[in-house]
Design a protein around this ligand. Structure first.
Ligand code: SIN
Length: 354
């Protein structure tokens, strides 16, 4: 009888432990550093019911104080990396962020990192970090669609979830992940799909890799595109310039020629359908390619992939394709690839591997 009672108690305790991803003792409590960059999650408005607000106003300490429950998940500290709306995110801040995260893990300052960020360019920062962070430890990026002063603000819940996800041992080795709106996304695949709705982040080709509910994260999928070789940005202070050219009906070649002659080393073409272009733009892109600019065909469609040497003679024209990366993510990979090589075969390989 005693044995049955003991077994019952043991299985009850195990269930309780599984119920939440909370660490139980100070010894197992993970150290989590929250790096704040601004965005709507740190946004402040004059009214709780009106849409107008300024992004990046609320400092990290106030953000953390607003969600005291995060301290249940680990030893939490915060650092302010930037205070900007993510429309102003830039290469200098990306490099600063990436170098700081690599330093945190190298010096064993933390077991996980959470980055608070504006949602507008969250996907680009996530992918940049995914390609440059040399650690298996969790890096979770989080934002909000409503400012902290709004009645329907989503930042506090998202931040709590992101810290819980970062603290969970299940989040190790997943590359950089985005935790938003009770879902976890792979950095490479996630994209912002609505300019105003709360449920804006989606991975249109593959879906979320995990779901968050009631203080718990469950993972279902993992991307195979998470190569162990990362880009080393330690010594970099800038990246090669890559511009995006948007494709549309009856586009003028000026959309391409207008940007040449500057420091441009690469062009991502956000083409129609399978990365297609009209004849005048095609000629301008071929000219650019002949001049040594790496032209990468991507698509404005929002999902699917770009197929090499199908309708377009990529090999002949010296073009590469982005595979399933959207134009803004293709730009990130092209910039990083160009720090190592201008060889199109190698760059194309990167697009099929990263
Ligand atoms: C921004 O990206 O900083 C503004 C929009 C947002 O965070 O939702």
């Amino acid at each position: 009888m005693k044995k049955i009672a003991f077994l019952f108690l043991l299985s009850f305790a195990t269930l309780q432990l599984q119920a939440q991803d909370k660490p139980k003792t100070a010894k197992t409590s993970p150290r989590i550093i929250i790096l704040a960059t601004g965005g709507t999650i740190a946004g402040s408005g004059e009214s709780s019911t009106k849409a107008a607000y300024t992004a990046g106003k609320v400092p990290i300490d106030d953000l953390l104080n607003a969600v005291p429950q995060i301290h249940d998940y680990g030893k939490i500290t915060g650092e302010q990396i930037a205070s900007i709306g993510s429309q102003d995110m830039n290469v200098v801040t990306w490099l600063k962020l990436s170098k700081r995260i690599n330093e945190i893990f190298k010096n064993n300052e933390a077991d996980a990192v959470v980055v608070t960020h504006g949602t507008d360019t969250q996907e680009e920062t996530a992918y940049f970090l995914d390609l440059t962070i040399m650690s298996d430890k969790p890096v979770v990026i989080v934002g909000a669609m409503r400012p902290s002063t709004a009645m329907s603000q989503d930042g506090n819940r998202n931040l709590l979830d992101a810290v819980m996800v970062a603290a969970s041992p299940k989040s190790q080795g997943k590359g950089v992940i985005v935790a938003m709106d009770e879902k976890v996304f792979d950095a490479r695949d996630v994209t912002k799909t609505s300019s105003t709705n709360l449920e804006t982040f989606q991975s249109r080709n593959f879906g979320p890799i995990g779901l968050i509910y009631d203080g718990k994260v469950n993972y279902y999928y993992q991307s195979l595109r998470n190569p162990s070789k990362k880009f080393d940005v330690t010594k970099l202070t800038s990246l090669p310039q890559v511009e995006i050219v948007y494709g549309y009906a009856d586009a003028s070649p000026q959309s391409v020629t207008g940007i040449l002659g500057s420091e441009v080393k690469g062009i991502v073409y956000a083409g129609m359908g399978n990365g297609n272009f009209g004849e005048p733009v095609g000629k301008a892109l071929a000219e650019a390619s002949k001049k040594g600019i790496v032209v990468c065909r991507s698509a404005r469609a929002g999902s699917g992939r770009i197929t090499l040497d199908n309708e377009v003679k990529d090999e002949e024209l010296g073009f590469v394709v982005s595979d399933d990366l959207n134009p803004q993510k293709a730009r990130v990979l092209l910039m990083l690839s160009l720090t190592e090589t201008a060889d199109r075969t190698k760059i194309q390989q990167n697009f099929f591997e990263y």
